[in-house]
Structure formats: C-alpha cells, structure tokens
Design a protein around this ligand. Structure first.
Ligand SMILES: [Zn+2]
Ligand SMILES: [Zn+2]
Length: 136
C-alpha cells in the first residue's frame, strides 16, 4: 500500500485534501490520464483551474510526470519514485501506458548524471503495437 501523504512529503509538498484527491485519481487511473479524464473522475470535488494548478505543482515537485502522447492534451501519471520512466503508445488503439521500468529509469538517471548540464526532464516514448492489438 502506497502512502500518498508520504509521496507528497518526499516531493516537499504538504498533503492537502485536494492534492491527495488528485494523487489518488492519478493512481486509480492506472494509465497516464488527461486532465479531462481526471475531471470526469473527480467530478464536483475539484474545479478545472485547481486541477491544473495542482498538476503543475506535482510535476514541478516530481511527484507526477507530464508527457505528450501525440494528442492535443498532455497526459499525467505518478512518477512512482523514479525520476524518469518511459511510456508506450499503441499505434492501433492509441492507448498509452507507463512502463514500470525501474531499472531503465535508474539507468537513465545514472547516464544523465554524467552529463555536464542539469537535465530536468526526459521524455522517452516507445511506439508500436500493444499486446491486445497483436491478437488480430
Ligand atoms: Zn493497442
Ligand atoms: Zn507514466
């Protein structure tokens, strides 16, 4: 069981009720979600402006990751303790998922740490055909 308050604390953020709502919604989504999808889940508990503000904050503090899956809207997911993680987007059904590749992410962090510049963001997205779509 993940401690959401602890997750926020590690990002240097106080665990306010609204932040916890957003972190929980991101976890429940199970896949990178758009603000639209999150709003659909959160309903009346949070307005759009507040949601965007909290998402920005979570990204800034590396609790969540923001990435572009080639759509109009950004997608958000929890960083799950890894500074960097990769994503996969299926070219047939358009589904995007987080690759739970701790080793990969940590390897990337190690690689980046050797660079003379400070890298704040790294976006790695694999494209191909997901398991579900390979059947047909
Ligand atoms: Zn697919
Ligand atoms: Zn992700």
């Amino acid at each position: 069981m993940i401690d959401w308050k602890d997750m926020l604390a590690r990002g240097g953020l106080a665990a306010t009720e609204k932040r916890l709502l957003v972190v929980h919604a991101l976890a429940e989504a199970g896949a990178p979600a758009t603000p639209q999808e999150l709003l659909a889940v959160l309903g009346a508990k949070l307005n759009r402006v507040t949601l965007y503000r909290i998402l920005d904050l979570l990204v800034e503090h590396r609790v969540a990751a923001r990435h572009n899956a080639g759509e109009r809207a950004f997608r958000y997911c929890l960083s799950a303790g890894h500074e960097h993680h990769a994503h996969f987007t299926c070219s047939r059904c358009g589904h995007t998922e987080c690759l739970d590749s701790g080793q990969f992410g940590d390897g990337l962090s190690a690689l980046l740490s050797h660079l003379p510049m400070r890298v704040d963001t790294a976006e790695i997205r694999f494209g191909g055909v997901c398991r579900g779509c390979q059947g047909g």
